[in-house]
Design a protein around this ligand. Structure first.
Ligand SMILES: *[C@@H]1O[C@H](CO)[C@@H](O)[C@H](O)[C@H]1NC(C)=O
Ligand SMILES: *[C@@H]1O[C@H](CO)[C@@H](O)[C@H](O)[C@H]1NC(C)=O
Ligand SMILES: *[C@@H]1O[C@H](CO)[C@@H](O)[C@H](O)[C@H]1NC(C)=O
Ligand SMILES: *[C@@H]1O[C@H](CO)[C@@H](O)[C@H](O)[C@H]1NC(C)=O
Length: 437
């Protein structure tokens, strides 16, 4: 299997797929949609040119019901598509990532822990659930053209341990044991290779999604302080998350492709949420306020229709923080074409430097949960339709592929890493090679 990754590596630059993908995005979402809603106000933008405004205020502490005007939202979902695209192309040409060889499971000193490092046999395994993004990143990286087998040319170094594999390994399992395992591994890597010491780990990264991964770096100072953590739990209040150094990863649930989106007119319900109320005070409050309101589909666990159906039949879908700021509901909403309503203060939203979340989602401060119904029902239909068309444009950024495709969740995440690449490292000498900086 691992060999086939390399043989099946993408033969063509992912950039070549761009026109096809844009066309596909239109076909999927807009054509039918426009046939019905072709008012002059819905100006569906092509992927260029877009407006050139500076990024909005940080979303960490959302302003009160800060809906933009329909005109502002109609400029498309990106801060500056052209600027992003140019730099993205630069990444495709120049970013090289070296994965430590444990990713192949044949490093003799750690071969008994091979399963911690190698990609999972079946990454579509539904049991992966909340850890799906972690696995898909690894698989997509190995299948991408960004990977290099020459560490000297690498801009970044991937530490391939998997938090999900660690928590499922009887020898490790606990949060503390995971942190120790990870610290030991980084120690090994810094002795066996010269790359860690050349930067103090600043050009190294690892990927973790959900729960026990939060504490994984706690036993290794440089790993925590210097290395880039790519994580779904990207909260400004997360003890070991360092904003501006670390990277937010979308938490995606393994779901079959939704071939035909329910169009706006088929979404007859205002809002949907299903989730365990014991996971946060905010959810408890939400339930107390709205559980009995028959205008809103807000449920604890069960409902008369399926979870998926809730997303399909509603215009707005709530992402309400649970134990953590992140859950898969955000990408579920995007997957099913339901406008996400983000009730999760201090969430460093994925890709927020590229996409403007205000253009395809509604961000509501915790302290405004009481106004939820009022806020959502006061959004003009015209505005909703524009957000829907913007949502259609960003959907591809939240989808993983075994062999990554242009602008998908893998390349969007790689782009975040590209922005953090380190230009300086201590010179080191590779035997029989030039001096490399
Ligand atoms: C925001 O909304 C809350 C609750 O409705 C209110 O108490 C607060 O004063 C509002 N803040 C601003 C700046 O309008
Ligand atoms: C481990 O596997 C990789 C990929 O199959 C191969 O390139 C490499 O030479 C192997 N290393 C060892 C020590 O066998
Ligand atoms: C990196 O630094 C550590 C701590 O100073 C040292 O133990 C290790 O041998 C160094 N690694 C290499 C490859 O020189
Ligand atoms: C909601 O309905 C349940 C059961 O019908 C009832 O026990 C509860 O008091 C109601 N809550 C509110 C806030 O009306």
């Amino acid at each position: 299997m691992r060999n086939s990754h390399h043989r099946s590596r993408h033969p063509v630059s992912p950039l070549l797929h761009l026109p096809i993908l844009s066309a596909a995005a239109f076909t999927l979402c807009f054509i039918l949609f426009l046939r019905r809603y072709s008012t002059p106000l819905i100006k569906v933008e092509s992927l260029s040119p877009l407006h050139h405004t500076p990024p909005p205020n940080p979303l960490a502490f959302p302003r009160n019901s800060s809906l933009e005007s329909p005109a502002a939202v109609s400029t498309g979902p990106y801060h500056d598509w052209e600027l992003f695209q140019a730099d993205y192309n630069d990444m495709i040409r120049n970013l090289k990532i070296y994965a430590y060889p444990d990713v192949f499971g044949n490093v003799s000193s750690r071969v008994s822990f091979a399963s911690i490092f190698t990609p999972l046999g079946d990454p579509l395994d539904a049991k992966l659930g909340n850890y799906y993004s972690e696995h898909m990143f690894k698989l997509a990286l190995l299948n991408s053209d960004l990977i290099t087998f020459r560490p000297e040319e690498a801009r970044l170094f991937f530490l391939p341990f998997s938090i999900n594999a660690l928590r499922n390994d009887r020898r490790v399992r606990s949060e503390e044991a995971i942190a120790e395992f990870v610290a030991r591994y980084v120690g090994d890597v810094s002795r066996e290779f010269r790359f860690w010491n050349a930067s103090g780990g600043a050009d190294h990264f690892f990927v973790c999604c959900h729960s026990v991964g939060r504490e994984a770096v706690s036993r290794h100072y440089e790993l925590h302080n210097n290395a880039i953590q790519v994580t779904c739990s990207s909260s400004y209040f997360q003890r070991l998350y360092v904003a501006h150094k670390d990277v937010g990863l979308p938490q995606v649930w393994p779901r079959p492709v939704e071939k035909e989106l329910n169009l706006p007119h088929a979404r007859r319900r205002l809002v949907f949420f299903a989730g365990r109320k014991q996971n946060s005070d905010l959810r408890r409050l939400l339930m107390t306020l709205f559980r009995n309101d028959s205008d809103l589909d807000i449920f604890e666990t069960t409902s008369a229709f399926s979870y998926e159906e809730g997303f399909r039949r509603s215009k707005y879908c709530l992402h309400v923080k649970g134990y953590e700021v992140n859950t898969a509901r955000l990408s579920d909403a995007i997957h099913y074409g339901c406008i996400p309503v983000v009730l999760s203060n201090y969430y460093d939203l994925p890709f927020a430097n590229i996409v403007d979340w205000n253009k395809f989602s509604v961000i509501i401060n915790h302290n405004q949960v009481g106004d939820l119904k009022k806020i959502l029902s006061s959004i003009p239909e015209e505005m909703y339709l524009i957000m829907y068309s913007n949502l259609c444009l960003v959907r591809r950024h939240f989808r993983w592929h075994h062999v990554p495709e242009a602008f998908d969740a893998f390349y969007m995440t790689a782009y975040q890493l590209w922005l953090k690449r380190n230009s300086q490292r201590v010179h080191y000498i590779i035997p029989n090679e030039d001096i490399v900086t």
